[in-house]
Design a protein. Structure first.
Length: 110
């Protein structure tokens, strides 16, 4: 995590606390070293900016890494739905691929 980058992003957030890209960038920066902080920012986005589709992939991966499989699965599914509604084909493909891998891994564990 770059402390300088994080400081700049937090300053941007002070200027515009509702900017989804800034929240997403902060969460992604925290994901490099502080997963609990990253989770807080991803969940803020999921709650307050539910149409910011990029959040779903990373939040689901974080839940998956924490062993929260039900939460990961519902997050993937919701992200897929949002990407379909927005006709965001790239995000849809990435979410579907990640979700398929998730399902495959879950089958292997059973």
């Amino acid at each position: 995590m770059s402390q300088e980058r994080l400081t700049r992003l937090l300053n941007f957030l002070k200027e515009d606390p509702e900017d989804p890209f800034t929240l997403y960038a902060i969460a992604t920066e925290y994901a490099k070293s502080d997963l609990s902080q990253a989770r807080q920012y991803y969940e803020k986005l999921l709650t307050e900016q539910p149409n910011y589709v990029a959040t779903y992939y990373h939040a689901a991966k974080l839940y998956q890494a924490n062993g929260e499989t039900t939460l990961a699965e519902t997050t993937y599914q919701k992200g897929i739905t949002i990407a379909q509604q927005q006709q965001d084909h790239l995000a849809l493909r990435e979410l579907q691929n990640a979700y398929n891998e998730f399902l495959f891994e879950e089958e292997e564990e059973d």
